[in-house]
Design a protein around this ligand. Structure first.
Ligand code: HEM
Length: 214
């Protein structure tokens, strides 16, 4: 009996160690851009336009973390490693965190919390309107990301959290419209998003799962 349970126990321990390392790597990777930005802010390492610098360098991590959060599910489908699943929530919350700082820099540092000016400032730029819509979706998803909220919302929770894909599409549009010149980098992100949307289609997921189990 002991001989049979021991390998299972050590496999479970290995798995949970792997999951723990993955979680630590996700937190460290997500916090690294913020730590570096804080360091550069405190040591005078920002550009001649520090507010613009801060805006861009919080928007980009928000966007990338959102894409990585959307990539967690296909990564589970492709590899079968279920420990990757919780990363969707973790990275999504970090995306929301960066997006909040990004938005606060816009309303606080750019516009000094002058709401009369902020409304005009947002409405006059289509990328800002789309950015606001993306932010509101991320806020809704973050507010309902707890187990308690999932229990309370029941079947609606799943449908609501599919809005993460809409946030991905809107964030990509925001990015494409915010930059002065669209380069290979922005198109590459748009292609990644398109692949993630295709990978989410039930038929595609089914095919990948079947080919993995063959
Ligand atoms: C109220 C919401 C938002 C506002 C007002 C806003 C505003 C801005 C502004 C002013 C810029 C700089 C444009 C320029 O170069 O002059 C920008 C860039 C950007 N924002 Fe937002 N944004 C919002 C939400 C978001 C969200 C939710 C995301 C991602 C999830 C995001 C991602 C980005 C990215 C990736 C860039 C371009 C960064 C780069 O060029 O490196 N923004 N945004």
């Amino acid at each position: 009996m002991a001989e049979r349970t021991q390998p299972d126990a050590s496999a479970a321990r290995r798995l949970s160690t792997g999951a723990l390392l993955l979680r630590i790597a996700a937190h460290a990777g997500a916090l690294a851009p913020l730590a570096y930005l804080l360091w550069q802010t405190l040591t005078g390492g920002l550009s001649f336009d520090p507010i613009h610098d801060l805006t861009l360098r919080t928007g980009k991590p928000a966007f990338i973390l959102l894409l990585l959060s959307l990539a967690a599910r296909p990564a589970v489908v492709v590899t079968g490693v279920t420990a990757l699943r919780p990363l969707a929530r973790t990275l999504g919350l970090y995306a929301f965190g960066y997006a909040t700082i990004h938005m606060l820099i816009f309303v606080g540092l750019d516009f000094g919390f002058r709401w009369d000016l902020i409304v005009g400032g947002v409405l006059e730029k289509r990328y800002a309107v789309i950015g606001l819509a993306t932010f509101l979706i991320l806020l809704t998803l973050a507010a309902t990301s707890t187990r308690k909220a999932a229990r309370r919302l029941g079947a609606l929770w799943k449908r609501l959290h599919r809005l993460a894909y809409a946030a991905g599409v809107l964030a990509t549009l925001h990015y494409l419209w915010a930059v002065k010149f669209i380069t290979f980098e922005q198109w590459a992100y748009a292609v990644v998003l398109a692949l993630l949307l295709v990978a989410r289609l039930p038929e595609v997921e089914g095919r990948i799962r079947r080919s993995r189990s063959e």
